[in-house]
Design a protein around this ligand. Sequence first.
Ligand code: COA
Length: 429
Amino acid sequence: MKSRAKAKTKARRGLGRGVALVGAGMSKFGSFPEKAGRDLFFEAFQELRASVDKGLDPEAIEALYLGNYSSDLFEGQGHTAPIIADWLGLTPRSATRIEDACASSGVALRQGVIAIASGLYDVVLVGGVEKMTALPTERVTDVLATGGDALFEIPAGFTFPGFYAAMATAYIHRYGAPLEALMRVGIKNHEHGALNEKAQFNLTIRQIMENKLAKAKAQGRPLPSWADELEFLRDDSANPVIAWPLRLFDCSPISDGAAALLLVAEERAKEFTDEPVYIIGSGQASDGALHSRSELTSIRAAKLAAQEAYAMAGVGPQEIKLAEVHDCFTIAEIIATEDLGFFPPGEGWKAAMEGLTSLRGPKPINPSGGLKAKGHPVGASGAAQVVELWKQLRGQAGPRQVRGEPDLGLAHNVGGTGQTCVVHIFRRG
Ligand code: COA
């Protein structure tokens, strides 16, 4: 019997002491046949070390919390946290793997925050890693599907594109959103990804289209008559349907990658940098699998996690200057912008159509390119969102820097179809 007890949540939670982010780094995202997961995390850690303004002696690190969805099935390597701690020279310190599907490293971050706020540790390394591309797409799809419900969803044929296609269909039916709204999210995130050298796809969709035209011309094949990106995206041969209404360019890719963050107790932040970023809000919630929900057009756990994080931070959605949200599929970004309170229910698609969420719009969403263009090595994605916020809040994001010296950023990381959601809010020091 399933218990549906109403969660009794405290009106407002707080941290026992302040937590600062003082370093962040990520590997390049993409497909790297020659690299194991541990190599990717080492790459992220090297960039993190270089980002600590006053230097980091790894001896100072007291514990590792590592997000990873399934190194077991993707790489044949279980028990991956101590393996990686050893690769980095961190043993015998405590090393813990966190698995919450695609929210694994967002939750690892929260565990690191809790560990410091409790007073247990002062200096903690958190992050995430996933090496997905060693398996063929069909096997990756099966491994990812285990993040759904193995009794009631997988036997019915659900895959992750299928789950989000059901959500997209429900959203379109309820709010009358056109398919172009989904396409606009993909176009925007590829435009942002084109400015990010770490992104798996650092090409705009227009550039991808032009490359295909150039290739057809060079091979003497008839040229498709795409006038612009939208025509390209509407063409079944260029942008095939994966699970209706989601097409190839509505999906995040299969990726390898890692990201790492250095957290310290607030009172020690100045040992590492004069420009820390503070974690001022943290929220997490859970829910049943998609088949058990009455609502497909929003994610309850995301709304609850956001409420908790906003209350802790003492800020509201309108004060957030930029956000990295979990756009595993284009529809997921639209729903996220509503669940986070940036736009009212049913209005997120309009914001996407009007360009409100682009880099130069009033509410920049996914300046990194998001999961769609930057890539989605699932266990690393939550931490990689924070790498972007670290850069943006310190004014170090180069050509994709959000204007106006943003002071508040938000990260929204979803596991599965929303069985786990974690939201963090960051403030420039
Ligand atoms: N977006 C845009 N282009 C993509 C892409 C994506 N997500 N995935 C692959 N491509 C491109 C490749 O670059 C390649 O281009 P090229 O022919 O110009 O070289 C082409 O599409 C074929 O690539 P391939 O790797 O063979 O694609 P695939 O058919 O094996 O996989 C998907 C495509 C959409 C099925 C796969 O990316 C996928 O399963 N994504 C979803 C992952 C997921 O569910 N994650 C968890 C979310 S909760």
